[in-house]
Design a protein around this ligand. Structure first.
Ligand code: PLP
Length: 404
């Protein structure tokens, strides 16, 4: 039984006050809050079995290693990944994308093409631009329509034998749009192009089945799915991970080192140089258990209710426009009110204890497309309530009254 009030009690931060009001946290697309179970796992690790992993023969080190590797297996199962060595634990999405972009430096040549979407986060634009500068490859962009939906007919015409890589996010963090990634993956594979999916925004809302999707790479961050910051997953198909060179050199990623020649460790350690975020990895596993205990069907059903209700109530405000109006979307609402700067709305609702995001959301090209400086973004999680939607709507109405 999904009981939002019982769930909220598990998140200590949700009972605090901000500026004299109960906190209404609607910035979940930037980062999610953490349940007590995840906080406890972090405290437990540092209180009881903190040690470096994979090296020590002593018992503490083995306990830590076992817990870390058990977390990798949990992540593997959650994302339906075939081999646990295809799960690389990274510091997060941005790191995972850079790792792949760096690896492709040696695999691309001048004139090769890379396709990205117009909906990308800066972390999925800049590394590819840098890759193009290094290799002479050319960046092509899938355009969006007025609803913020990718134009698939344009994608079809961009694809060719020159296409080596396609990068697209699963769900847009700026608009909440769910992209047709299965179609993109299947079409790109007809040209033998590799496909990387940025799942940072998706994994708090849905449970991706990577075996069924058949993408070549998938990246995500734990902190957007109730886990800690500084840890995430890069999934790569074994054959691609074997082909890519290591990203960073250091301890953990080597088999043998001499000054003449160093040989690299096997997967996944080849890509995990240095002491990893051990505690973070373990807590990531706990966060995944937590979400699965609630269940992604229940999460989706509740968030869909919040999205519908909030959309309807916000649209009733005169002069309010929502960006990202495709039918396939998650619980993110990006909006503006005619004649008012988004920053001013964000500042006033914060005075009433409501946390929303304002600005370009690390996706300036989308803002340029709509010809706006930014938006107000309210992003809802499964622990948000209908009453919180009501509070948001009346705060926005109040901001409008004060500013117009
Ligand atoms: C948050 C986000 C990122 C960046 O994730 P980090 O954890 O900051 O590395 C990339 N892409 C999308 C779609 C995001 O929502």
């Amino acid at each position: 039984m999904f009981d939002v009030h019982a769930i909220r009690k598990e998140f200590p931060i949700l009972s605090r006050e901000v500026n004299g009001y109960s906190l209404v946290y609607l910035d979940n697309a930037a980062t999610s809050q953490k349940p007590q179970q995840v906080i406890d796992a972090i405290v437990d690790y540092y209180s009881n079995y903190n040690a470096n992993i994979h090296r020590g023969v002593h018992s503490l080190s083995q306990e830590a290693t076992d817990a870390y590797e058990a977390a990798r297996k949990k992540i593997q199962a959650h994302f339906s990944v075939k081999h646990s060595h295809e799960v690389i634990l990274t510091p997060g999405t941005t790191h995972g994308i850079n790792l792949v972009a760096n690896g492709f430096s040696s695999l691309l040549k001048e004139g090769d093409e890379i396709i990205v979407s117009a909906l990308e986060h800066h972390s999925n634009i800049v590394p590819w631009q840098m890759l193009c500068e290094r290799t002479g490859a050319i960046l092509k962009v899938i355009p969006i329509d007025e609803d913020g939906v990718l134009k698939m007919d344009a994608f079809d015409t961009l694809l060719s034998k020159k296409t080596k890589l396609v990068f697209v996010n699963h769900i847009s963090n700026a608009l909440g749009t769910i992209n047709p990634i299965k179609y993109i993956i299947d079409e790109a594979h007809k040209y033998d192009a590799a496909v990387l999916i940025d799942g940072a925004q998706a994994c708090s809302h849905i449970k991706p089945n990577l075996a069924a999707l058949d993408c070549d790479f998938y990246v995500t961050s734990a902190h957007k799915m109730c886990g800690p910051t500084g840890v995430g997953m890069l999934y790569g198909k074994e054959e691609w991970l074997e082909k890519l060179p290591p990203y960073q050199g250091g301890g953990e990623m080597i088999a043998e080192v001499s000054f003449e020649k160093t040989t690299y460790a096997g997967l996944p350690h080849k890509f995990e140089a240095g002491t990893p975020n051990i505690c973070g990895g373990i807590a990531f596993g706990v966060a995944i258990d937590y979400l699965n205990n609630i269940g992604f069907d229940a999460i989706a059903a509740h968030e869909e209710k919040l999205l519908k209700y909030a959309t309807k109530k916000l649209l009733a405000i005169d002069g309010l426009k929502i960006y990202g109006t495709g039918t396939q979307k998650t619980s993110v609402i990006s909006f503006n009110i005619e004649g008012i700067h988004p920053y001013d709305i964000g500042t006033i609702v914060d005075k009433l204890g409501i946390a929303v995001r304002t600005g370009h959301h690390c996706a300036q090209p989308i803002m340029n497309f709509f010809n706006i400086p930014g938006t107000v973004r309210a992003s809802f999680a499964f622990y948000n309530t209908m009453e919180e939607v009501d509070k948001l709507v009346s705060a926005v109405e109040r901001a409008k009254m004060m500013l117009q």
